[in-house]
Design a protein around this ligand. Structure first.
Ligand SMILES: [Zn+2]
Length: 215
């Protein structure tokens, strides 16, 4: 099964991808992880990607696509995979279709995890991270026992720059402009299922499985 997971930052897409890989026994292919790995392995595409990342620039589509293609050709992807964070733009989605066609394969289903924007802001802006051990908390839904301190190591909790409201709104805008069009793209191809991303991880996971059973 080749599944694409779409969803804005904070929708819990990565968590669902992880749960799905366990359930289906296929790897989770996440762009961030693959880029980091290609850079660490020093492959030619990895070195190219690094030259952009070192400058703080976005890695261009053709490099990302090349790295994803290398990954999808690995033997552990033969039975399928969960794509998480790729494709992110329409040109990437079109490239994915071409790459898969050359492998005599196609996407089997696309799940769009959807959460109202205000809920996402609340989820992300309330996150706090421990400086000591990296544990994650949330001021409302998962507060520490003692305000500002980690339950496990007593380290100080802080808010990552990525989780500041202004940055969150910017990331959501980027998602809306660049990635949201993929929902219509895959819908037209008859591949899309919308998943209500509100509620607990378990509730969302059940909706995901129901959607896949119906595919
Ligand atoms: Zn800690």
């Amino acid at each position: 099964m080749r599944i694409v997971l779409l969803g804005p930052p904070g929708a819990g897409k990565g968590t669902q991808a992880k749960l799905l890989t366990g359930r289906l026994g296929v790897p989770q292919v996440s762009t961030g992880d693959i880029l980091r790995q290609a850079v660490a392995n020093g492959t030619q595409l990895g070195r190219e990607a690094k030259s952009f990342m070192d400058r703080g620039a976005l890695v261009p589509d053709e490099v990302v696509i090349g790295i994803i293609e290398e990954r999808l050709r690995k033997p552990d992807c033969a039975q399928g995979y969960i794509l998480d964070g790729f494709p992110r733009t329409l040109p990437q989605a079109e490239a994915l279709s071409r790459v898969l066609a050359s492998l005599h394969a196609s996407v089997d289903g696309v799940l769009s995890v959807e959460v109202p924007e205000e809920d996402l802001v609340e989820r992300l802006a309330g996150r706090r991270v421990c400086r000591g051990c990296g544990n994650m908390y949330h001021v409302d839904t998962n507060p520490p026992l003692q305000a500002g301190r980690c339950n496990t190591c007593d380290g100080a909790l802080y808010q990552r720059d990525d989780d500041k409201e202004e940055t969150i709104r910017h990331r959501l805008r980027v998602y809306r402009d660049q990635t949201q069009p993929l929902v219509a793209y895959y819908d037209k191809m008859g591949l899309l299922t919308r998943i209500d991303g509100r509620g607990t991880i378990e509730e969302i996971s059940q909706r995901v499985h129901r959607a896949l059973r119906q595919r």
